[in-house]
Design a protein around this ligand. Sequence first.
Ligand SMILES: C[S@@+](CC[C@H](N)C(=O)[O-])C[C@H]1O[C@@H](n2cnc3c(N)ncnc32)[C@H](O)[C@@H]1O
Length: 257
Amino acid sequence: MADAYELFLEKLRKRKGLDLTGYKRPQMERRINSLMRSVKCDSYDDYLDLMDKEPQHWRKFIDTLTINVSEFYRNPPQWEVLQQKIIPMLLENSPNLKVWSAGCSTGEEPYTLAMIFAYNFPRVSVSILATDIDEEVMAKAKNGIYNEKAVANLPRLYITKYFKQEGSNYIIADEIKRKVRFQKHNLLKDVFDKNFDLILCRNVVIYFTEESKSALYKRFHESLKPGGVLFTGSTEQIFQARDIGFRLVSSFFYQKA
Ligand SMILES: C[S@@+](CC[C@H](N)C(=O)[O-])C[C@H]1O[C@@H](n2cnc3c(N)ncnc32)[C@H](O)[C@@H]1O
């Protein structure tokens, strides 16, 4: 029989359209219980009612569970490998590249890509799709206004060329904004587009169960062109990479054989 947590997940899926079954239970339960304590709710039903009545609690729930922190040029050495080794390798295969930033949060990752292409590969035609389950983070992405912390790791040359600074705000240039198409998408549920040369899925799967992670990596493999590359986060190794049909070309870069 389903226990209280499982019933809560079922109701959450029906009432809110959010399916947390693919996420690790201990981490989720700990966070949800702490949120409930903070608003003095003793039961999951009371908490669901409160989230229905007062949308700010629903927002807080989403923010707490999905953890959407990001930054430009996160883990710089990996972006250097991408620029110096992976992109030139992909361009040997195809002159136009189709790229997907999956779990893009507030846009720092797809905009970093757009700047790298604009600055270093100006003649390459690249389409960049950026998706996330959370529409509100993408609204922030489309706004394109960031603080100093978000750009702290970004090489100066990109900041100078592609941002306007107003007070403590860094406003991204329209020419970069125009290169990224944002779309709502749930990686555990929705259909994947095909024929990508490059997919980035970084710092998204940390709370996914092993089963959902493994299913996800298989689906990414299917969505890549032969020779295409999946770029993962710096704590995310794909243990069954060879079985899926990936070969490691550099740490955190998996190529479809
Ligand atoms: C920590 S951010 C990562 C942002 C960026 N990739 C980076 O590395 O800086 C994780 C993002 O994954 C998104 N996310 C979580 N579960 C998801 C799912 N099932 N489908 C799509 N996006 C999801 C969250 O909404 C959040 O914006």
